[in-house]
Design a protein around this ligand. Sequence first.
Ligand code: HEM
Length: 187
Amino acid sequence: MSLKELTKDSHSNAERSWFAGRMFSGQITNPEYAIYLKQQYESYKALENRFDSVKPDSQVTFPDERIKRSDSIYKDLIEMDSNGANLPVLKSTQTYCSYIKDCPDDLLYAHVYVRYLGDLKGGQMIAKRVPGEGLYYKFESPDELETLIRSKLREDDLFVEECRKCFTFATDSFNDLKNYIDSNINI
Ligand code: HEM
C-alpha cells in the first residue's frame, strides 16, 4: 500500500473539517484567510528551521530549497493583512512548533510529505478558491520536487504513524481556527 492509501482516513478527517470546507467554498474572507496563513507561516518556519539543527551524522537534509514555503506564505499573509505579523499564534500552532523541535530527525520527512506534497497536489485546487496571489501554491518544477520528496519517504509503521500525527496536527489547527473565527465576530 502507498502512503497515500495508508493515510487516507487521516486525509479525509482533515478535509471534512469546517475550516477546510470554508477554504474550498470560495467564500473565505481575507481576515479569515490571514489568520490561517499566520498559523501556516509559524508551522512551516518551525519545520524548515528544524532541519538546521539535525545531528551532523543523521544524513537528514531538507530535500530542496525550492520546496520551502515560509517566505511565500509570509508574502501572502502580508498581502491579506499588512499587520499580519502581529496576528495571534493559536494554541494548536504553538503545540505543533514545540513538537517539531523534539521530533526525531528521521521522522521529519513524514512532516515534509504531509505538508509539501499536500501543497503540491491538493493545494493546487485550493489555490483557485482562496483570495490573493497565492505564492504559497506556486512551485517551480512541481513534478521534479514531488519525486525528490517521495525519494525520502518510508512506509514502515513508525513513519506512517508520524504522517498520521501530522495530519492530526493540521486538523487540530483547523478546529482552533474555527473557534477563533466564531469568537471574533468582526473577523
Ligand atoms: C481543503 C481540504 C483538502 C482538499 C480538498 C484536498 C485535496 C487533495 C487532492 C485532490 C489531492 C490529490 C490526490 C491525487 O493526486 O490523487 C490531495 C493530496 C494530498 N493531500 Fe490533500 N486536500 C485537503 C487537505 C489536506 C490537508 C489539510 C493536508 C495535510 C496537512 C493534505 C495533505 C495531502 C497529501 C500529503 C497529499 C498527497 C497524497 C499522495 O499522493 O501521496 N491535504 N489532497
